[in-house]
Ligand binder design. Structure first.
Ligand code: ATP
Ligand code: FE2
Length: 325
C-alpha cells in the first residue's frame, strides 16, 4: 500500500509518502522569531505551508495514494487541527481511507522499521515527552515517564533563559562538549523521571557564576543518566534485549553513547535511527499509517477529532501479532 502521511503536532509541518520504502519526505519547520513555540503561531505557519509541502510530495510520488494518515495526537491543539483538516480534505478528494496515527507510537514504529529490532525497549525523548516504552499484550506500555516536563523542553527552557535561540537542545550539546561535569540534582522516582528541578538548579548554577559549559555538561550528564537508569531497569524487568532511542533529543550523540555503553554492559543491542527519523517527521506518520491500514485500523472522517492528550498506551496495536515479552 502507498500511504500519504501528514505530521503537524508542534513545530514541524511535514508530509511523506511511504510504500515498500520511503518514497519522499518534505518538511517545513516553524522557527519562532523569539521565545518558544507559540501554539497559534505554529498553526498559522502550518496553514501557510501545507499546500506547498503536500503539493511537493504528491508531485514526486504521483497521485496514486491508497490512504491518508495524520497525527491525531498528542500535540498542540491548533497545530493538530490544522494538519487534521488538510488530511481529511485529501482523503475525501482521493476517496481513500483516513488513518489517525498516535504521534508517540509513530516515533516508536519508525525506529523499529529503521533498526529492524523486533521487540525493543524504547527510550522516547522529545520536547514534550520523555517515556520508556515496551510492547506487552497488544499495547506499547509506558514503563516510566517524566512526571513534569519533557527533557527537550527542559533543555530548551534553560537555553531560552540565557537568550539562546530555539531549539536549545543542539546548542547545549555543543556547549557541553567544552565543559566539565558539574553535579546537579538527579530525580528518578521508581520508574519515573522529573526534569524541572534539574532545570531550575541549572539556572541557579549559572546565576551564581558557574560556567555555561560546565552547567550544560552537568545538565546533560544528569538528565541522560536518569533516562539510562530507567531504560536499564525496563530491560531488566521485561527480559527484552534490544534498545532503540527515538524523539528529537535522540539526536544527541552523548545520549546515544551513554545508552550504548549501558547496553554493551548488559549484552543488549542498541541502535538509533538517523536524525531525519528522530525528530517530528512525516515519514513516521506515513509508515505507521501504512502498517495500520494493512491491519484495517482506519477511521471515519466524522470520528477523526484530534486528541491533544492522546497517550501511547491508549492505542490498540492491531498491526503486531507477537505477544511481546
Ligand atoms: P513530541 O511531540 O514527540 O514531544 P516535539 O514536538 O517536541 O515532539 P521532536 O522533534 O521530537 O519534537 O523533539 C524536539 C526536541 O528535540 C527539542 O526540544 C530540541 O531541543 C530537542 N533536540 C534536538 N536536537 C537535540 C540535540 N542534539 N540534543 C538535545 N536535544 C535536542
Ligand atoms: Fe515528536
Amino acid at each position: 500500500a502507498r500511504v500519504l502521511g501528514i505530521e503537524g503536532t508542534a513545530w514541524n509541518f511535514s508530509a511523506a509518502v511511504f510504500d515498500e520504502d520511503l518514497v519522499c519526505l518534505e518538511s517545513s519547520p516553524y522557527v519562532p522569531p523569539h521565545g518558544g513555540i507559540h501554539p497559534r503561531e505554529a498553526a498559522q505557519h502550518h496553514a501557510a505551508v501545507a499546500a506547498d509541502v503536500i503539493g511537493k510530495v504528491l508531485e514526486k510520488a504521483g497521485p496514486e495514494i491508497d490512504a491518508v494518515a495524520f497525527s491525531i495526537g498528542p500535540g498542540l491543539g491548533p497545530s493538530l487541527r490544522t494538519a487534521a483538516t488538510a488530511a481529511r480534505s485529501l482523503a475525501l478528494k482521493f476517496g481513500v481511507p483516513l488513518i489517525g496515527v498516535n504521534h508517540c507510537v509513530a516515533h516508536v514504529e519508525i525506529g523499529r522499521w529503521y533498526t529492524k529490532f523486533a521487540d525493543p525497549i524504547v527510550l522516547y525523548a522529545s520536547g514534550a515527552n520523555t517515556q520508556v516504552l515496551g510492547f506487552l499484550n497488544g499495547r506499547y506500555r509506558i514503563f516510566g515517564e517524566t512526571l513534569d516536563i519533557g527533557l527537550g523542553n527542559a533543555l530548551d527552557k534553560f537555553a531560552r533563559s540565557h537568550d539562546l535561540p530555539h531549539p536549545g537542545g543542539p546548542i547545549i550539546e555543543e556547549m557541553a562538549k567544552k565543559g566539565s561535569y558539574l553535579p546537579l540534582p538527579y530525580t528518578v522516582k521508581g520508574m519515573d523521571l522529573a526534569f524541572s528541578g534539574l532545570m531550575s538548579a541549572a539556572k541557579e548554577a549559572t546565576a551564581r557564576g558557574e560556567s555555561m559549559e560546565d552547567v550544560c555538561c552537568g545538565f546533560q550528564e544528569t538528565a541522560f543518566a536518569m533516562c539510562v537508569e530507567v531504560t536499564e531497569r525496563a530491560l531488566a524487568h521485561t527480559g527484552k534485549d534490544e534498545v532503540i532511542l527515538v524523539g528529537g533529543v535522540g539526536a544527541n550523540s552523548r545520549l546515544q553513547e551513554m545508552l550504548k555503553i549501558m547496553c554493551e554492559e548488559r549484552g543488549a543491542r542498541f541502535m538509533a535511527p538517523p536524525r531525519v527519523y528522530m525528530g517530528d517527521n512525516g515519514a513516521m506518520i506515513a509508515y505507521t499509517g501504512k502498517i495500520m491500514l494493512e491491519a484495517g485500523s482506519t477511521i471515519a472522517v466524522a470520528d477523526s477529532m484530534v486528541n491533544p492528550g492522546f497517550r501511547s498506551d491508549q492505542v490498540e496495536v492491531t498491526w503486531r501479532s507477537d505477544a511481546g515479552k
